[in-house]
Structure formats: structure tokens, C-alpha cells
Design a protein around this ligand. Structure first.
Ligand code: NAI
Ligand code: MG
Length: 397
């Protein structure tokens, strides 16, 4: 059956990595029509909207999307980059990724961080005596993707009703009651039980399906009692439905320390939006970093698959692209899994695994070189050559 997949290259290196992922999908025999959709800084500049309505319509229609990356710039740059005729219209830049997640309620973010054998970027640590250990990291982070600190409910100089409501809280009136209102910035952290339940359910189901023995809620309920506390409560209520899976609790700060002490102990992790963002980058760093970090944003209707990395503008203009396409290729495997093409996803992952283990083709990041055009003369593979190697491994099965 031929699929329709929205392709959103976005800005910077988004396009080159997406091209490689699609070449790999083609080579694996995935049959699809790719429908291009506009997103990113280009459209902010030219239209004052980084996520045009036509893109929302395409996503609503076709439901599945591969997304490269976008560029965001600070407030002042956002205005000065606008086309002259748009500059005095009072337009305010917003992140099209956050907007997309909220519009389609893509509330389940999945970020697998699995070490590939032979990846020179894998985390190593000192073992007993003079030994070096390379722990087999295989953690999958489930991040609540729409609420919490990134929910966008925030004010500087909060309006009367918000301010007055805050003043009814004794801790607010005591600690901030004397602060001039114009000097107050408030960003809220709101959790809903429904969203906590959905992310927790998704995490437990994933653990059950793929044989993970523990689900760790990584929050901070001892301090952030209401929101983290709600996540903890939801997890406790659910765990009894999953025989053989233990529920663990860690605090985000301690988790970042345990990350390097015993990362192999963790299986599935669940966090709210910001802590999920943090802990997933932490685990990604143990398995090769941005060149390897893939993710999925999943809602009831629509799912968008994107690498964790951004648009890396400094590498976007190279004549020959040097960035690692593996994160995007693994991202497309997550898409295949989502639509039930699990065997094809496994074949592509095996091909990636083989290329990494062989060690003959490595992008600059894998060689620990500083990114510049000359890395190609120093033995680094280009983006295209890495794509070629994965395709060759697929075809040589
Ligand atoms: P970035 O992820 O674009 O780049 C950070 C560094 O990581 C790069 O300098 C490069 O050394 C490395 N890197 C990134 N992707 C790589 C790859 N595929 N292979 C090898 N190395 C890779 O993040 P940065 O520099 O903080 O942001 C650049 C732009 O991207 C900004 O405008 C930012 O707002 C945007 N961004 C967008 C994201 C998205 O679209 N989801 C996520 C993060 C940043
Ligand atoms: Mg992040």
C-alpha cells in the first residue's frame, strides 16, 4: 500500500538530512508519496507565519509527517528579519514546533537513546581496576509534550486578575508581594491528570511491548509537590496493571547524576515537558549526541517525526554537507514503527548498526573532529556518503 507522508525540511540542515532519510526509505522499499509542506524561518520572514495554515491543513489531511529542523532567532532578530512590508504589523514570532504540538495535541514525545556497538561516541566509564566499561545504554524517554513549563501560559507584569489570584497564595504574597508588578515574570507549570495519564499509559504500554523491566518517573515531587506529585500518583495507580514492570522514581537533578553512574539500569523514563527535554538530551549524550538522537511527537490523529537536533545553520551552506544523517534516518524508523512497518524499520536499523560497527564510514562528529569543510579531507564521510553506506548495508543484507 502506497502511503502519503508530509515532508517538512524546514531550515538549515533539515533538508539535507531529510533527503538522506527518504533515500534510505526508498532503498528499503517503502512506497510513499512525499508531499512537501512549508515550515520555519523562511515563512516567518516572508509571510510573518512560520507555520502557515496550508501546512496545518496538509498535516490534518495526511496525518504522518517527517520533519527536519527549524531555525529560531531572538526577539529583536525576529522583527528585523521580517520582510519590510510586515515589520510594523506587530507580528510576534512563536515556535512552529510548539505550535504544531499544541494544535494537534501531539502530547506523547518518544525519544529512544540506544547505544550502537562500535560507536566511538558511546559513553565509557572506569570499571574495577584499570578497566574501561561501555555500558549498554538503552533508555526510552517519554516526555509530556504539550503542558508544563513549555505550555506557554506566562506573563511579565501580570494583569490584575492574575496578580490578584497569585496574591491569594500566602507564599506569593510573602515572597513577592513587595516586588513591583512590572518586575515580575511568571511562567506556569500546569499539569492535567488526563495528560499525565496518557503519557504514563504510553510509557507502560511501550515497556510491556518491548520488554523493558522498569518505568522511571523522573520529576521532583518532593519540591514541586502538586504537578510532579500528580505524575507520581498517576504512575502509582497504573503500575499494578503491568505485571513484571517495576515503577521507579527519581528526581531530575539526581537522575542527571545517575545518568553517568548507572545509565544501563534505566529502561523507560517518563517526565513532564521540561524535565523530559533535559533528561532526553542527557541520555542522548551517552549514545552519540545530536547526530544520533531521534524523536516522535504522537497525537491521537497526527504524528510528526523529527530528529532532536536543530538546523545547525553554520553547516547549512557548505557545498558538501558534513552533518550526520543517522538521527534523521532513525527518526524515519520511528515513523515506520508507528505505521506498522516494523520489519522495514528493523532492517534499516540493522543497516545503521552495521555501518557503525564496521567503522569505515564515519561523519565528522563520529571522528570527534571540529566541524568545518576540511573534515572531508581528514577522512570524515559527507552526509551523502553516510546515506550511501546505509543503503549499501541495506542492499548487502
Ligand atoms: P543544533 O542542533 O542546530 O546544533 C548544535 C550543534 O550540534 C551543531 O553546531 C553541530 O555541531 C551539532 N549537530 C547538530 N546536528 C547535527 C548532525 N545531524 N550531525 C552532526 N552534528 C550535528 O542547535 P543550535 O546550534 O543550538 O541551534 C541552531 C538553530 O536550530 C537555532 O535557530 C535553534 O533555534 C534551532 N533549533 C531547532 C530545533 C528543532 O527544529 N527541533 C531544535 C534545536 C534547535
Ligand atoms: Mg531539547
Amino acid at each position: 500500500m502506497k502511503r502519503t507522508v508530509i515532508s517538512m525540511p524546514g531550515d538549515g540542515i533539515g533538508g539535507v538530512v531529510l533527503d538522506e532519510a527518504i533515500r534510505v526509505l526508498d532503498a528499503a522499499g517503502f512506497e510513499a508519496d512525499y508531499v512537501h509542506a512549508d515550515i520555519g524561518w523562511e515563512f516567518w520572514k516572508s509571510e510573518g507565519n512560520p507555520l502557515p495554515q496550508r501546512t496545518i491543513d496538509l498535516l490534518a489531511k495526511h496525518k504522518i509527517a517527517l520533519f527536519g529542523a527549524i531555525t529560531s532567532k531572538p526577539k529583536d532578530k525576529a522583527v528585523s528579519d521580517l520582510a519590510p512590508e510586515l515589520r510594523d504589523k506587530g507580528l510576534v514570532y512563536y515556535s512552529p514546533i510548539v505550535a504544531m504540538r499544541q494544535h494537534f495535541d501531539l502530547d506523547i514525545c518518544i525519544r529512544p537513546c540506544k547505544a550502537f556497538a562500535g560507536n566511538p561516541l558511546n559513553f565509557i566509564r572506569r570499571g574495577p581496576g584499570d578497566t574501561i566499561e561501555e555500558p549498554p545504554v538503552d533508555a526510552v524517554i517519554f516526555r509530556q509534550n504539550t503542558e508544563g513549563l513549555y505550555g506557554g501560559v506566562e506573563w511579565t507584569n501580570p494583569p490584575d486578575d492574575v496578580y490578584n489570584a497569585l496574591m491569594t497564595h500566602p507564599k506569593f504574597s510573602r515572597n513577592f508581594g513587595e516586588v513591583p508588578r512590572a518586575e515580575l515574570a511568571v511562567s506556569t507549570r500546569i499539569f492535567s491528570r488526563a495528560a499525565c495519564t496518557r503519557i504514563m499509559r504510553a510509557a507502560f504500554e511501550y515497556a510491556k511491548e518491548f520488554g523493558y523491566r522498569n518505568v522511571t518517573i523522573c520529576e521532583k515531587p518532593n519540591v514541586i509537590r502538586e504537578t510532579s506529585g500528580m505524575m507520581r500518583e498517576v504512575g502509582r495507580e497504573m503500575v499494578s496493571e503491568y505485571e513484571g514492570i517495576d515503577l521507579w522514581h527519581t528526581n531530575i537533578d539526581a537522575q542527571m547524576m545517575w545518568l553517568t553512574k548507572n545509565p544501563e539500569d534505566y529502561g523507560v523514563l517518563v517526565s513532564g515537558n521540561m524535565f523530559g527535554d533535559i533528561v532526553s538530551d542527557g541520555f542522548a549524550g551517552l549514545v552519540g549526541g545530536l547526530g544520533f538522537a531521534c524523536s516522535a511527537n504522537i497525537g491521537d490523529e497526527v504524528a510528526v517525526f523529527e530528529p532532536t537536533h536543530g538546523s545547525a545553520p553554520k553547516y547549512a551552506e557548505y557545498d558538501v554537507s558534513i552533518v550526520n544523517p543517522i538521527a534523521m534516518v532513525l527518526t524515519s524508523c520511528m515513523m515506520l514503527d508507528h505505521i506498522g512497518e516494523t520489519a522495514m524499520a528493523a532492517r534499516i536499523r540493522n543497516a545503521v548498526e552495521k555501518v557503525i560497527a564496521d567503522g569505515n564510514v564515519r561523519t565528522y562528529d563520529m571522528l570527534k573532529l571540529r566541524g568545518c569543510p576540511e573534515v572531508l579531507e581528514q577522512g570524515a564521510a559527507s552526509t551523502r556518503e553516510m546515506g550511501d553506506a546505509i543503503i549499501a548495508a541495506l542492499e548487502g543484507e
